[in-house]
Design a protein around this ligand. Sequence first.
Ligand code: GLA
Length: 778
Amino acid sequence: MISFLNGTFRLDTLHTSYLFRVTKFGHLENIHYGEYLADQPLDAILLKHTAVIGSTVVYDASDPVYSLDTLSLEWSGIGKGDYRHSPAEIKMPDGTFVTDFVYQEHRVVDGCIPMQTLPSSYGDKKDCRTLEITLTDRPGQVTLLMYYTVFPDTDIITRRAVLLNNNDKPLVIRKMMSMMIDLPNRNYSLVTFQGGWIKEAHREDQRLHYGLFVNESTTGSSSNRHNPGFLLAEQGASESYGRVYGFNLVYSGNHYEGIELSNQDLVRVMAGVNPHCFEWPLSKGERFESPEAVMSFSDQGYNGMSGHFHDFTNRHIVRGDWKEKERPVLLNNWEAHFFSFTEGKLLRLARSARRLGVEMFVLDDGWFGKRDTDTSGLGDYNVNRKKIRSGLPEFAKKINRMGMQFGLWFEPEMVNPDSDLFRAHPEYAVQIPGRKPALGRNQLVLDLCNPKVRDYIVESVRGILTAANITYVKWDMNRHMSDMYSPCLTSQGEYFHKYIIGLYDILHRIFSDQPHILLESCSSGGNRFDLGMLCYSPQIWASDDTDPVERLEIQKGLSYLYPLSAMGAHVSSAPHQQTLRATPLSSRFNTASFGCLGYELDLKYLSRLEKNEVKDQIAFYKEHRRTLQFGRFYRHDPYKNNKVHWQTVAADQGESVAGFFQTQSAAGEGFDFLPLTGLDGGSKYTIRTRPQPIYVKRFGALINFILPFHIHPEGILAGMINKLYSLTDCVEEYQGYGDILHSGVKLNNQFVGSYYNPQIRLLGDFGSSLYMISRVKP
Ligand code: GLA
């Protein structure tokens, strides 16, 4: 797994190898990161330095071709001839910015070396080994520890760095990345995940150009704008073919990823805490730890790389009782009620949910203090008895008696100026003396750098969790940072990072001894969808956008980096509150079923037929939940722009669920097929459409061509028929061996405007179907 021979380090996973060596001057030179290499002479793959490259600075007069600027490095300093972006900018004890870290020693340990201030991946000696390399800047008396943890079974290597000041004089860190690597360019494209509120994680591809591209967040969170995860893919890579690298950070704050193509065609990649407004003093004996960076490589395209990230997150990031445990189907009352509810309303909704098979009832915002709008009450977590007459412990019991678990929403990091908490403790809020603080969603941020504030949050949340039987918490965070300041800091440049360290401390103190509580992190949807939060919350609310057409983009984007078991996905009412788009109930479920399923709507507005449909959806989901949450997930390359194909396959290949989604319909749609992969080639499978209803309203005036009598398509009668009568969308059933099915199942025609019969698939705009693929028992 990790070896050191003739000055060369070799890190191997099941399918990848990572090689670097110590140069004659002590720098670490990357030799290879990519496909697994058998033990063999390496001369052929070493980067050659036979000419003096013009305009370079020579590191040592004894060797005119040794220039740091043209080496493929594992870490680089400043001021010794490398003019590419440096992973560290340190005002050294002598007041200069020059650093030159060279190899001193190394050790290899079994398992992981836990961090002191930040969450990180975990594993014991059968899962992973860690290489610790000590580098020193000798004149400065500063040590850099670089950690490489190798997880062979998931093809992941993590990296991080720790800086130690051994000098009597202090130093100041202005930038300190977690990792850096130089790779020869192979015409790479950079894939990042960009967005904003209700449009998170949209995949963006761009060819690498000479110069530096930065993917970063400055909002105080990992952010819905630029997820910290990104990919490098060789030209032509697809979902199933080609070389793809993936990088991510176990961090929830401001992050920075620099990707620089140098004039010598080396790609420098680095990732870590964002240097934006960052300044960290380090006195003698103090250390600074950077977050853990996660790297993977696959020559099996994007899906191959995603599979590594998914397994790694499920096995080595998510911890506690919910590790690899199926998530309950929940109903959240937010989109049903917003702030306006009574206990009676909630209980009616809960009863109805239970009848449909929901397993957990989640009470969202508005249950406490004077919280009838988002302008007041945040911070005052005393139950509002006008809304919940019997109080939380009793209300929880009522939900439990129905046979459901009870979950509750909090936004503990925030305060409304109009709240008792703020009136009593204005100093708990982040604001700069003498400046008027800017509000976001009418609220201020609490100062998590202040230990008193952290204690207050821990006590108030714990108090509620111990008083009532609450087995799920939605932990929200609904604004970006502004007016960054804390009286508790030595340097204000520590603010952003210490806030996140404070957050992790709070989460650890509240939840580590209550592992049965399922934590779902949320930040206006996916504003903090990252591996740092996943160390505490096994699932994250992916987006406030519950429109399934938008969700296809959002969940697809997230799936490159995170497993389906981590994605909260809900069925809501249509037209959707975020887009005004009307979508079929079946498509809302079909999309949400590729994630942790929930419902978020007022069930009283559903007709009896629709309730039956929801009941069937939940029953189907429960039956195939392990495959849907933990199966191997594949995105298929779409053969047409208006199609999306997803598939998830059980670990034992015994079953698979495939989704066929159509965004906009096109006139006269051609032949469709269902792409499939991941099945056992030698096994026989039955493939069958999951039956779903089509409501007659979908046909508009065409209804008159189906019915034996004429009605007004918008009239009362049409409304009644719609509530009482539905058609079943075309159900197809085939059998075939896995290898045959891998060539794609040809499906029946779509409705193309000519006529209708039950063998025609009815998709239209935003239509979709799920297909159940089950191995035939011999
Ligand atoms: C945020 C969340 C929503 C909901 C509201 C409540 O927007 O993302 O899901 O909880 O807050 O105020």
